[in-house]
Design a protein around this ligand. Structure first.
Ligand code: PDD
Length: 280
């Protein structure tokens, strides 16, 4: 099965895909991205991902080169060419190729488009039946975390810190508030109410987060979007993570301390089941 790339209008094997060293994505991290799951050949909630790509690009003044239906067609063709039924589609748009200068060129620069399709390796099943470990880290990112930019160094370092402590995810804490994971959104359950930090400039409005909040409401679980303090993680009945790659992941330990009466708790178990049904 070939891993496929699409670079500036051309499909080719991923191993042959190239971009210029003068690409502003390479030089400055000047670009945006999305990651979309494919289940049984169908991209999951693609319109929401394309909407967020549009919002990220607009926030940075990067003109998206294709209308919505062209993105959809390119992604469908890339998935079809790959032959993968379960896959992850990575979409990246940078400001384009130009001689290195912090100030973007005044004239039009053609954005660089990269789409790749790769096989999906899910997390170990034991993490879903027994829960994951998370650690908290200081949020040293900038103040526009709602933009899905390719500038992910703080996330990379946080993830590395988690791994070094035997954990799967790092949760960013700023001024005592828990915001999100390095590659996921965070939720907790308090007296059967699902609580998650509200959307705003300090966290990514996750597609999975929105899907899971909807599934909770449909199942009769109360949902509250409000700031969450770090100490609430230790008092919570349940803690869970949501994200395109991890889906709904129960958390068993925060900084080594066990969560609630053991993971996954009842609300997380319900949401995992509803999510499995929703993805087909
Ligand atoms: N990241 N918060 C951050 C910082 C993320 O990087 C992600 C996902 C999420 C969850 O968003 P969504 O549900 O839309 O995937 C939240 C992807 C998976 C990545 O960087 O690979």
């Amino acid at each position: 099965m070939p891993e496929i790339a699409f670079v500036n209008d051309v499909f080719l094997p991923l191993s042959e895909a190239r971009v210029s060293v003068e690409d502003r994505g390479f030089q400055f991290g000047d670009g945006v991205y999305e990651l979309v799951r494919v289940y049984a050949g169908a991209p999951f909630h693609l319109p929401e991902h394309l909407e967020r790509l549009d919002q990220s690009a607009r926030a940075l003044g990067i003109p998206l080169p294709y209308p919505r239906d062209r993105w959809t067609a390119v992604i469908a063709e890339a998935v079809a060419r790959s032959g993968f039924a379960d896959a992850k589609v990575y979409i990246q748009v940078t400001r384009g190729v130009a001689p290195r200068d912090h100030v973007p060129a005044a004239g039009p620069v053609t954005p660089t488009v990269v789409v790749t399709v790769r096989a999906m390796t899910p997390l170990a099943p034991a993490l879903y039946t027994g829960g994951a470990a998370v650690v908290t880290v200081a949020d040293v990112r900038w103040a526009r975390c709602n933009i899905k930019t390719i500038g992910l160094l703080a996330n990379v370092l946080a993830k590395q810190q988690a791994r070094d402590q035997g954990a799967q995810e790092a949760l960013f804490v700023r001024d005592g508030a828990v915001l999100e994971g390095a590659t996921s959104n965070v939720m907790l359950v308090e007296k059967r109410c699902l609580v998650t930090p509200p959307e705003g400039p300090l966290l990514l409005p996750g597609v999975t987060r929105r899907v899971v909040l909807g599934l909770a409401q449909a199942a009769g679980v109360a949902v509250k979007e409000r700031p969450v303090r770090e100490d609430e993680l230790y008092a919570a009945d349940e803690v869970l993570l949501t994200g395109t790659t991890i889906e709904v992941l129960p958390v068993a330990r925060v900084n080594g301390r066990p969560v609630g009466a053991g993971a996954p708790g009842p609300v997380t178990t319900l949401l995992m089941a509803r999510f499995r049904e929703a993805r087909g």
